[in-house]
Design a protein around this ligand. Structure first.
Ligand code: ABU
Length: 366
């Protein structure tokens, strides 16, 4: 039996990866945690239901572009099994009129070494999204005797998990930024809640963004679950909608990180990188001034790249500034047309989840 699952960081040579699917994707109805994420002036506010079929087909075409690009370089690609996401769901603690999608996998699956863990998301509409990955998890379990198939403690997501009246449609950008600076987010601390895309893995160290989707209790939970690893909370006071670290603070190889120039880490949080001679450079400006239609994410998906090995990176085809910067940083750049998949939850890194990268658990911050 083969070793199928192994990954400790986002830069070692990639050999096997999951790429999401857009089928049956839904714009979910508003609920406590999602209201805060959707910008006030977004065309998506107040609308919900199945996404238009033409956009789903185009999103899937983009994901096929990514599949082809990585398969051409010898990477094995696995795909999830979409559910009919527009079904109502319920648990003893809540009801929701719909689920969302199985894009992007990076929000749901966290690979650490030989373990893939399904996350503890704070959006009720994402409560059952892990089911799309269960057939793959079973396959890995059958084929790799060392694979650890894990589900993080399931949050109850009762009303106590959220600050009610937190979202106010009159809130200004400045007020949002004050909240981020004060580490005042929509979730409470009654239970661990986290999106896997808030966790940046760097061998023995996990850098976890504290924001709208991941709370401090989750970080405490991670530290106890992985006593051999070091957990670091990261805050980015310049981000009015802080979710997911992978359009903010993105390692390209040991010693080099690109950082969103509008979202520098809070005071003191760069010290560990400086003390270990890491270079943290401002990412290039996005090529676009607006995200595509019906997209939750910001234009900074420009820096949401997929590193294939320490000298090769996939960058979105229209993000010419980011490509140029990668080239200057010594990376070989592979452009892939993926922009029309952005509305389904993210860019190149988001749209994937690591299954196998070469390499082990190194200490990059001794
Ligand atoms: N899923 C990443 C979104 C980050 C951003 O909107 O900037």
């Amino acid at each position: 039996m083969a070793k199928i699952v192994n990954s400790w960081n986002d830069w070692d040579p990639l050999k096997r990866v999951i790429v999401g699917r857009c089928d049956n994707s839904v714009i979910p109805p508003e609920e406590p945690a999602t209201s805060e994420k959707v910008p006030v002036d977004s065309e998506m506010r107040g609308m919900w239901g199945l996404r238009p079929l033409a956009t789903v087909e185009r999103g899937n075409e983009c994901l096929e572009n990514l599949v082809k690009a990585v398969e051409d370089r010898g990477v094995v690609v696995d795909r999830p099994t979409p559910l009919q996401w527009n079904q109502a769901i319920g648990t003893p603690d809540f009801r929701n009129d719909s689920m969302m999608t199985c894009m992007p996998p990076r929000d749901i699956l966290l690979t650490i070494g030989n373990e893939i863990m399904a996350s503890a998301n704070s959006f009720r509409c994402r409560y059952f999204e892990y089911l799309a990955y269960w057939p793959l998890m079973k396959q890995y379990f059958d084929e790799d005797p060392e694979f650890l198939w894990t589900q993080a403690p399931r949050p109850r997501l009762t009303d106590a998990s959220y600050k009610h009246n937190y979202y106010d449609e009159k809130i200004t950008l400045e007020e949002r930024l004050v909240r981020t600076a004060n580490k005042d987010f929509v979730t409470t601390e009654v239970e661990p809640m986290w999106d896997a895309a808030d966790v940046m893995r760097m061998g023995k160290d996990l850098f976890i963004q504290h924001g709208l989707t991941t709370n401090r209790t989750a970080m405490e939970w991670f530290q106890r679950y992985y006593p051999e690893l070091r957990v670091h909370a990261m805050n980015f006071p310049g981000d009015p909608y802080p979710i997911h670290i992978d359009a903010t603070f993105v390692p390209l190889r040991p010693g080099l990180i690109i950082n969103n120039p509008n979202r520098h880490p809070a005071e003191g949080q760069l010290a560990i990188f400086e003390a270990n001679d890491w270079q943290v450079v401002d990412a290039a400006q996005p090529a676009h001034t607006e995200p595509p239609a019906l997209c939750y994410s910001s234009v900074w998906l420009s820096m949401n790249c997929l590193v294939l090995d320490p000298s090769t990176v996939i960058v979105e085809a229209s993000e010419v500034n980011q490509q140029e910067q990668m080239d200057k940083l010594g990376m070989n750049v592979i452009p892939v047309d993926l922009r029309d998949a952005y509305p389904f939850g993210g860019g190149l890194h988001c749209s994937t989840a690591d299954v196998y990268r070469e390499g082990g658990c190194e200490d990059y911050f001794p």
